[in-house]
Design a protein around this ligand. Structure first.
Ligand code: SDX
Length: 429
């Protein structure tokens, strides 16, 4: 971790302390402030954790300035080119890519867990048909701990891995079930003769009345999209999973908390918001008006799919998805919103407001165009994000709970409320 230090001096007392500067494999060093309160009687203050490293992790690294993303050291571009989503799930869970036998065993293990308890199907039928699928996902995922009691011992590595396999395997089944519930069609049982993503497409678009085979173009595109969304270090939903899981609650509850966080339009809900924004813009002639609104501090409108807390360059995932969108539209027919998105990107990236703030398209800017082309309704877009991200959430959860040094997360605050005062009798209030 190196032996660099930073000296802090309290100029009101003259007291100085040396704080260690810890170096990782890559990225900025971190200032270890754990002794700050004991030594200087103060806390750090960092709303939104813009300058705070909440943990040590070996899973994912992103370089915001260069626009680089690596899972366990492998660049995302190479993983997207050469690996399936399930190979990347194995990588994130185990730390390295599987060999042929390990891959086959893992695929079989996931296939074994694709069904959901019949009681969950009844549970799902209690939702209104027009409930947002992310509302149903959050509720059903949270309820999994009521159905799967036999793998909740956090201290048992085997039970932790069983829970990971169950979540990766069942999330697509639950996701497709929320869609079928919303359109009043029967929920389909998984087909384990199909690939992970092919089975999801079957459960989404298949019907008991006729045969269905997934379209290879859709299967390949969606598998890459799941892979691109698999993990992204300490983003809001993953940090939510870590904080919730740090109380030693069951993993299904922690992942449900992450699912709820992902739903927000500032996070994973942005992919749905991008398509609604493109529909609202309607035509290239209106772009300038909306770009002006995005720049207007008095207007809450923001360019959805643009900007990122860490990337101050192109999101590498957006580059891959943008190329994929062109390929999918060649098969599925052009979409005027693609042209609109391309022009919006071109205009924004010439505008100083965006250039000076280093606002580039992020993972959500083009993904919805593909989802829409593949037939998914807008409300399912964030559900698709959650299918990909579940393996990231559970990998971070496992990394945290298997660390003997794990402590419950409990941030402090800067209190600016009322000073101590006595309760007056009600007659004088
Ligand atoms: C994801 O963290 C992750 O890794 C997330 C994610 C993952 O894989 O998990 O990558 C997935 O969530 C991608 C982001 C999806 N969200 C959106 O596309 C929503 C639109 N984007 C913004 O809401 C915003 O860019 C955030 C939330 C993504 C980032 O916000 P920050 O880091 O808090 O940045 P900020 O709000 O401090 O913005 C800095 C400046 C501000 O202007 P000034 O106060 O300096 O004048 O940039 C402006 C902001 O107003 N700004 C935008 C903008 N994003 C930032 N202005 C217009 N449109 C935007 N989209």
């Amino acid at each position: 971790m190196g032996n660099r230090t930073i000296t802090l001096t309290d100029n009101s007392t003259g007291k100085s302390i040396e704080l260690p500067l810890l170096e990782g494999t890559a990225g900025a060093p971190v200032l270890d402030v754990r002794s700050l309160n004991k030594e200087l009687g103060c806390f750090t203050f960092d709303p939104g954790f813009k300058a705070t490293a909440s943990c040590e992790s070996t899973i994912t690294y992103l370089d915001g300035a260069k626009g680089e993303l690596m899972y366990r050291g492998y660049p995302i571009e190479q993983l997207a080119e050469h690996c399936s989503f399930l190979e990347v799930c194995y990588l994130l869970l185990h730390g390295d890519l599987p060999n042929k036998d390990e891959k086959d065993t893992f695929v079989d293990e996931i296939r074994y867990h694709t069904m959901i308890n019949e009681g969950l199907r009844t549970f799902l039928s209690g939702f209104r048909y027009d409930a947002h699928p992310m509302a149903m996902m959050t509720g059903v995922i949270g309820s999994l701990s009521a159905f799967y009691h036999d793998s909740l011992n956090l201290n048992d590595p085997e039970q932790r891995m069983t829970t990971a396999h169950r979540l990766i395997a069942k999330i697509p089944t639950i996701a497709a079930a929320t869609y079928k519930h919303s359109i009043g069609e029967p929920v389909l049982y998984p087909r384990n003769d199909l690939s992970y993503t092919g089975n999801f497409l079957y459960m989404m678009w298949g019907r008991p009345t006729e045969p269905y085979e997934p379209d290879p173009v859709a299967e390949q595109a969606l598998d890459v999209l799941f892979l691109l969304h698999a993990d992204h270090e300490q983003n809001a939903s993953t940090s939510t999973v870590r904080l919730a899981g740090s109380s030693q609650t069951n993993p299904f509850g922690a992942i449900a908390a992450g699912t709820a966080s992902l739903w927000g339009p500032a996070h994973g809900g942005a992919n749905e918001a991008v398509l609604r924004m493109l529909d609202e813009i309607g035509s290239v002639d209106n772009i300038d008006k909306f770009v002006a609104r995005a720049k207007d501090k008095n207007d809450p409108f923001r360019l959805m799919g643009f900007g990122h807390r860490v990337y101050k360059n192109f999101d590498p995932r957006a580059k891959i998805i943008k190329k994929m969108a062109h390929r999918v539209l060649q098969d599925y027919g052009d979409d005027p919103r693609m042209e609109l998105a391309l022009r919006l990107e071109e205009i924004a990236l010439k505008d100083d407001y965006f250039v000076s703030r280093k606002l580039y398209p992020n993972v959500d800017f083009y993904s919805g165009i593909i989802y829409q082309a593949l037939g998914f309704p807008y409300e399912m877009f964030t559900v698709l994000f959650a299918i990909g991200r579940t393996v990231g959430w559970i990998s971070h959860w496992m990394e945290m709970v298997s660390d003997p040094k794990m402590v419950i997360g409990r941030p402090r605050q800067l209190y600016t409320g009322a000073a101590r005062r006595d309760v007056p009798p009600i007659e004088s209030r």
